[in-house]
Design a protein around this ligand. Structure first.
Ligand code: SF4
Length: 399
């Protein structure tokens, strides 16, 4: 029997994609190898969020090539995930040329879209499951490569997600984690109609402009309710309501499901409806991970994050007030382009006021294709980034 090994880099979304790749390979009669260096096929699911993650892929391929020279294995190296996503979306073809040149021994570059959602994931955990609800992102934060590696946000049909969660609970799963690059905006494309998303973004640029040009009859939920694209003014942007609070509420009603978690969650779509749904359903997590990235209004603006530090304080105060036993964690980037000492101190101040129990703190890493790469200088020295990282790390993660 032919054997495979999947090496996954990066986030929970990549892990979930790897479960579907495994299912697709086993559907073709392959079996999992315990050792990467003895597998016939090695599939590398890549991440590009930071340069370090990308370099680890190049290092791994080199090691596999050396192993092949000695043992003949692996026969085939397949690269998928974010690096390939970036390559297929780069219309100039430059990035594909770069990775083909750096990885001449790779036999196949597989876009993850070709695996699709039709393959039920091959899960190794029998009590806790990850369920993707959307892929891609429309937000274009200036530092982030995700809209280029995963493309625009596409939501899975509501009914399919509910069905998958019901089946999991019937099989004995007790915990489900809903996955998306921005779970809170789940369903905006379903409500507005996918073709309208670009129109919506154009409207968003003109604050308070009338919502012309977007036509849709809305999206029908399984219980018959139709959610129409009524525009709401949220954090100074025109938005359509998202389906996430409805989806979360419906999943919480599945009998036998003990815990529902969700990542990644962004502050701007964290609506009062969502807070109310969490409040009334005790089986929804009380450990909320909400990525702030910075506490400085000026840095947030340069990052194209559509909220201010006072919006954040308002949101966190409201959440603490309404949800008992709440634990808050977050993501923060230090040393973003042009971040002054004062701007960094604004983040320190916000962190002090909110009191996060955990934070994923990263030093800014310049990424190709992003707006920050094109428009700003990565001008904070590594040693200074490290100093700021250490200050926050000690404040939040090692108090
Ligand atoms: S919302 Fe998240 S995934 Fe989307 S562009 Fe911003 S950081 Fe990237």
């Amino acid at each position: 029997m032919r054997t495979y090994f999947i090496k996954t880099f990066g986030c929970a979304q990549n892990e979930s994609d790897s479960e579907r790749i495994a299912s697709s390979l086993e559907g073709r009669g392959m079996v999992k190898s315990k050792d990467i260096y003895q597998a016939d096929h090695v599939i590398i699911n890549t991440c590009m969020v930071r340069e370090m993650a990308e370099n680890r892929v190049y290092g791994l391929v080199n090691n596999l090539v050396k192993n092949k020279l000695q043992t003949g294995k692996p026969e085939k190296i397949i690269v998928t995930g974010c690096m390939v996503g970036m390559a297929v979306r780069d219309k100039t073809g430059t990035f594909l040329k770069i990775i083909k040149k750096r990885l001449p021994s790779v036999n196949e570059f597989l876009p993850i879209e070709e695996v699709g959602f039709d393959h039920p994931p091959l899960r190794s955990d029998t009590s806790s499951a990850q369920v993707p609800i959307s892929n891609g992102c429309n937000n274009f934060c200036t530092f982030c490569v995700v809209p280029f590696t995963r493309g625009r946000e596409i939501s899975r049909p509501y009914h399919d997600i509910i069905e998958e969660c019901r089946n999991l609970v019937q099989k004995g799963y007790k915990k489900i984690t809903l996955l998306g690059m921005n779970v809170n905006s789940y369903g905006a494309d379903l409500v507005a109609g996918r073709d309208n998303i670009q129109v919506l973004r154009d409207i968003d640029k003109k604050y308070f402009a009338p919502p012309i040009g977007v036509r849709s009859h809305g999206y029908q939920l399984p219980d018959g309710r139709v959610i129409k694209p009524v525009f709401v003014k949220h954090l100074n942007r025109l938005r359509i309501p998202t389906l996430f609070p409805y989806l979360l509420n419906d999943i919480a009603q599945i009998k036998g499901l003990e815990l529902i978690d969700f990542i990644s969650s962004n502050p701007w779509d964290f609506s009062s409806e969502l807070t109310a749904v969490i409040h009334k359903n005790p089986n929804i997590t009380r450990s909320l991970h909400i990525a702030i990235q910075s506490g400085s209004d000026r840095v947030l603006k340069r990052m194209n994050r559509w909220y201010t530090s006072s919006d954040l304080l308002h949101l966190f105060t409201d959440l603490k007030l309404k949800i008992k036993n709440l634990k808050l964690s977050t993501d923060i980037i230090v040393g973003f382009c042009g971040e002054t000492e004062k701007e960094f101190q604004d983040t320190v101040d916000l962190v002090t006021k909110v009191g996060f129990y955990k934070a994923y703190i990263s030093m800014y890493s310049d990424r190709p294709m992003t707006a920050a790469h094109k428009a700003f200088q990565d001008d904070i020295a590594h040693a200074e980034k490290k100093r700021r990282w250490q200050i926050l790390e000690e404040m939040i993660n090692k108090p």
